[in-house]
Write a protein that binds this ligand. Structure first.
Ligand code: ADP
Ligand code: ADP
Ligand code: MG
Length: 612
């Protein structure tokens, strides 16, 4: 058994690998870029090596730096995670040539499956059904157009070197073919450095079904059943589950046998995934499921397989890489219950799923029986613009599909992240979508109904009233009648937007801001201050603290002339920075604040005297 392991990755997958390695008594070495100096994987590893600037091309994608880090720390083996260098055959070979253990398949298997056209040809020769289409060498536009017509529209043009849902074009008719081909080739050349494409029949009501396979260096290959990853957005997986809804025993048997044949055809060692596309317009049947591609690494969604089989796939990877035989044989492997995973992203569905970067001031995950959170961040950590903005994978298990689905919904609903935006409420709505709930899912569901799913949630009126009531003093409201509950309305700011809320009661010790968390979303509710706002100054030029906090910077000096809008100081309150600015042109008549000072609400910080 190896005794030390370098993880050539970051984020949740690095933490995931470290967890198992540690449990097995294997010493772990992390690598990190500038942006990741304080990252969770760095904290969790026994040792960490800095490998360069934040850009992946200068750090995580530089094989020589990874090898140097392994050498410097005496790491015996390298686990590549997924993405980055995981499917880079040249890097795998370099690891082996350096006398280290590569936790992955033989480089020749990676090469064989690396290009989609060659992989399909190889699979067809091995008797694995492949998606009908053209996968040859000819790349001439007229020739490919004729092939597309032969296959019959709609067709999919795919970059042979593509990945991550990129480099694909769906074409409905001959009229759009030439343009789609040209644009696909352009994208392929710039993203993957290879403009070769293949043409495939576009499968109606497509379902993405994949099989987890595992091989060892003694010639054994088993499968660990299927996963369904049909809930996708722009060809990228959003929610995955195992097993696949509507999969009968005979179809499963045929599909998994085809997957094992595929793995054996490339002498596969380690964890791999065979991806198939299924015609989901009717019941699943083996003659309407075709090989799409093989991912020669651990898959993002591997936890759902672990949840239904009880196998730790990373443990198997480390054992197999150490030369041990597979811990279980095929007939020892069974499916127990149902598992579902959602990819929680720092992104804003209401803004076209734009990444939402920044500090995770609040990070709370929901819990459920049998639940699991795989994350690479912590409260206070930064979501940086350099990498995939995944916050966590949220995984639920249940006796059956509905139980797993409901538990996953609960976990996501109770997730609270702020001020970074997430797709949690989008995921909750997707889980509740009637078609998804019924197990009728195809890869087009989000494309059809995504706009509705992406609508930002609105906090419940009762929740808002309770939150608002904690922000106002319990004074007797005007017009209060005896025997009637004290009711009045007041203005607040909900994430900066003015809202009028009916409050009851009030509080003896009103706070100055509260986070409302609900439906997987968090909003900051603060009292509306009429004196010039959150606020800074009224007409008198008195700059008051809008809430209790700490002065973190003072940008002006006593007597200084300032212009309207000029930054005076920065206050940190409610874990947020508030900039206070000059309300008009004038001079700093009084300066009562110093950096580092704690101030109470309404404390005078600066007095501006208006210019004559
Ligand atoms: P999965 O099927 O596990 O979701 P994907 O193919 O979507 O796998 O990719 C897994 C990870 O690898 C993602 O983080 C994705 O962004 C990254 N990835 C995959 N292929 C590429 C590629 N060709 N270039 C850059 N990143 C890639
Ligand atoms: P990548 O390497 O980017 O993961 P894949 O070949 O695995 O590329 O395809 C990604 C996704 O595109 C699939 O999960 C599926 O949703 C869709 N897709 C791929 N091929 C087809 C097809 N022939 N018909 C319909 N949808 C397809
Ligand atoms: Mg794929």
């Amino acid at each position: 058994m190896i005794t030390s392991l370098l993880i050539a990755n970051r984020g949740e997958i690095a933490c995931r690998v470290i967890r198992t390695a540690r449990a097995m008594g294997v010493r772990t070495v992390a690598v990190y870029s500038d942006a990741d100096a304080d990252a969770l994987h760095v904290q969790e590893a026994d040792e960490a090596v800095h490998i360069g600037p934040s850009a992946t091309r200068e750090s995580y994608l530089v094989g020589e730096k990874i090898l140097a880090a392994a050498k410097a720390t005496g790491a015996e083996a390298i686990h590549p995670g997924y993405g980055f260098l995981s499917e880079n055959a040249a890097f795998a070979q370099a690891v082996i040539d350096a006398g280290l253990v590569w936790v992955g398949p033989n480089p020749s298997s990676i090469t064989a499956m690396g290009l989609k056209d060659a992989a399909k040809q190889l699979m067809q020769d091995a008797g694995v059904p492949v998606t009908p289409g053209y996968m040859g060498e000819q790349q001439d536009a007229d020739f490919l157009g004729a092939e597309a017509a032969k296959i019959g529209y709609p067709v999919l043009i795919k970059a042979v070197a593509g990945g991550g849902g990129k480099g694909m074009r769906l074409v409905d008719s001959a009229a759009g073919f030439a343009d789609a081909l040209a644009s696909c080739k352009r994208e392929a050349a710039s993203s993957f450095g290879n403009d070769h494409v293949l043409i495939e029949k576009y499968i109606a009501s497509p379902r993405h079904i994949e099989v987890q396979v595992f091989g060892d260096s003694h010639g054994n290959v088993v499968h660990l059943f299927e996963r369904d990853c049909s809930l996708q957005r722009r060809h990228q997986k959003v929610i995955e589950e195992a097993p696949a809804p509507g999969m009968d025993a005979a179809t499963r048997e045929a599909l998994c046998a085809a997957a094992v044949r595929a793995a054996k055809a490339v002498d596969y060692v380690g964890a791999g995934t065979i991806e198939f596309i299924a015609d989901g317009s009717g019941a699943l049947s083996a003659d309407r499921i075709w090989f799409m591609e093989m991912n020669t690494r651990l898959q993002v969604e591997h936890p759902v397989t672990e949840a239904i089989t009880g196998v730790d796939l990373v443990e198997w990877q480390l054992r197999v890489a150490s030369g041990e035989p597979l811990p279980l044989s095929q007939h020892d492997l069974t499916i127990d219950g149902w598992a579902m995973e959602a990819r929680l992203y720092a992104e804003d569905p209401a803004k076209g799923f734009l990444p939402s970067i920044g500090r995770l001031e609040l990070l709370q995950f929901g819990e459920a029986e049998g639940g699991r959170i795989d994350t690479g961040v912590y409260e206070g950590a930064e979501v940086s613009p350099f990498y995939d903005p995944m916050i966590a994978k949220v995984i639920a298990w249940g006796d059956d599909r509905d139980e797993a689905r409901e538990r996953l919904g609960e976990m996501l609903q109770d997730t609270a992240v702020w001020p970074v935006r997430t797709n949690a409420s989008f995921l909750v709505k997707a889980l509740q979508h009637p078609d998804f709930a019924a197990g009728r899912v195809d890869t087009g569901l989000i494309g059809r109904d995504g706009e509705e799913l992406a609508q930002p949630p609105v906090p419940d009126a009762d929740t808002l009233r309770a939150a608002a009531s904690s922000l106002v003093p319990a004074t007797i409201a005007p017009g209060l009648r005896l025997n009637a509950p004290p009711r009045r309305t007041a203005w607040f700011l909900l994430d900066g937007e003015p809202v009028e809320i009916e409050v009851d009661g009030g509080s003896d010790e009103p706070s100055t801001g509260v986070l409302v968390t609900e439906q997987g979303q968090a909003w900051l509710l603060t009292p509306w201050r009429r004196d010039g706002a959150h606020g800074a100054a009224d007409a008198s030029g008195a700059i008051l603290a809008p809430m209790p906090g700490k002065v973190i910077a003072v940008d002006v000096a006593q007597g200084q002339t300032v212009t309207r809008g000029q930054k005076l100081l920065t206050l940190e309150a409610m874990k947020m920075e508030h900039t206070l600015t000059a309300p008009f042109d004038g001079t700093v008549a009084r300066l009562e604040a110093a950096a580092g000072q704690q101030v109470q609400v309404d404390a005078l910080l600066v007095q501006i005297e208006e210019a004559a």
